[in-house]
Design a protein around this ligand. Structure first.
Ligand SMILES: [Zn+2]
Length: 424
């Protein structure tokens, strides 16, 4: 038999496995049923000869006795030593939202698709990698090296209780793990090399409160913020729009530097809808915005930060009494794996063999757990490759195509054959 035939024969098993995973509602936030899904994976993978470890990310954001951050790492060693290929999937899913016609945790099958929250992002990818590994082990029981499969928490909220924690514990040490494939829904014929960086900050402008009828006696923080926004419009946005990346980011609009102004608030607190009173007459002494700046692999975090600071400092010179405070909220480094990296070349060849055409290379506008594997683990040989359409992630009636899962399992299996069988 061939590995491809074995995977074809496991189609029903793959469907059931995906349904079972969808039926464990691992909603994040708050982080429900992480232990349950780890126990489920533990049972499944132990049966197929994997050694498993359940690891709780104690003390990470959100970890509590009610919502413990559980992760699983399963490993199957071959008959001989060799390289280790690691498949990493996050087990958490985002909230359901409105507009579903299917039960979000039912795992219904219709028209060759499996429906449910997390079907494409990314329980279908997790199931495909498990089937690929199991079929590979059956076909080649004497393989060399090792296969690891991890199911990790909290990717949807930054990955600190998942991959970041495991990376800190040494699970992504390049001496132990040589190749990482993250089966995020990037489509079965595309290889995702990495993602842009991000920098989140709050800017507060300060003023002085006074009576609204005599604003000249105070100092309006909202007008100061208006000046900040004007600087952004006239200087920062044109500068960002002129920067293009070599990264193959999709969609194309994200090949530039971008910045979203996430929120703005100044002056009196907004009242609840049932409040029927009128506002008091005050000059606002504070105005705050949150910015969400996404940056390119060609930029550095220092440049991104300094560019905004320089504009703010410039306003100090031109506006009397301009005062501000900048508070960093979070940052993520961009990550891009080289096209000539072994895992990229291996999966590219596997896609060509299975799908009959060369892959498309892409990068993600937002980030995923590759950042932690790169920055904390210092492991560069990492890609995202998996079935499903990114556009469906987080949407109502999210689904995964069954044929897509089978095909991408074949690609993963073919990649294992290249990496874990004796050459020649
Ligand atoms: Zn995901």
């Amino acid at each position: 038999m061939t590995l491809s035939q074995r995977i074809t024969d496991k189609r029903d098993d793959l469907i059931r496995l995906t349904q079972d995973l969808i039926r464990i509602p691992t909603l994040n936030p708050p982080g429900e049923n992480y232990r349950e899904i780890c126990d489920f994976l533990d049972k499944r993978l132990t049966k197929h000869g994997f050694q498993t470890q359940l690891i709780r990310a104690h003390g990470t954001p959100g970890d509590s006795e009610t919502y413990p951050r559980w992760n699983i790492v399963a490993r199957r060693d071959g008959a001989q030593t060799g390289e280790c290929v690691h498949f990493n999937s996050h087990t958490d899913v985002v909230e359901v939202g409105q507009g579903w016609t299917f039960d979000p945790f039912g795992g219904a099958v219709a028209d060759g698709k499996i429906y449910g929250r997390g079907a494409c992002d990314m329980k279908g990818g997790l199931a495909a990698s498990i089937i690929a590994a199991e079929a590979f082990i059956e076909e080649h029981p004497n393989f060399q090296g090792a296969i690891e499969i991890s199911g990790t928490a909290d990717e949807e909220s930054g990955g600190y209780g998942g991959v970041a924690y495991l990376a800190e514990q040494g699970f992504f040490d390049p001496n132990k793990v040589q190749h990482v494939i993250i089966p995020e829904p990037l489509q079965k014929d595309r290889i995702c090399l990495g993602h842009r960086g991000g920098w989140w900050a709050e800017i507060e402008t300060k003023g002085e409160i006074a009576h609204g009828s005599m604003p000249f006696l105070g100092d309006c923080a909202v007008r100061h913020m208006g000046a900040v926004l004007a600087e952004f419009e006239t200087k920062l946005y044109p500068a960002m729009a002129a920067r293009f990346t070599e990264m193959p980011v999709v969609p194309e609009g994200a090949r530039q530097s971008t910045m979203n102004i996430n929120s703005i608030h100044g002056g009196q607190k907004e009242q609840t809808d049932d409040f029927t009173g009128l506002p008091a007459h005050c000059v606002p002494d504070s105005c705050r915005i949150v910015i969400d700046r996404r940056y390119l692999v060609e930029e550095t975090l220092d440049q991104v930060r300094d560019e905004v600071k320089a504009l703010l400092e410039g306003l100090r010179e031109t506006r009397p009494d301009f005062e501000y405070e900048l508070t960093e909220l979070n940052s993520v480094i961009p990550s891009m794996t080289d096209k000539s990296a072994p895992v990229v070349e291996t999966v590219a060849k596997a896609i060509e063999d299975v799908m009959g055409k060369p892959p498309t290379y892409v990068a993600s506008p937002g980030s995923y757990d590759q950042k932690h594997i790169d920055r904390i683990g210092k492991l560069k040989n990492c890609i995202a490759y998996g079935p499903g359409l990114l556009e469906l992630a987080h949407k109502p009636d999210e689904y995964i195509g069954i044929d897509d899962m089978v095909d991408s399992a074949k690609v993963m299996g073919a990649a294992l054959e290249t990496l874990l069988l004796p050459k020649g």
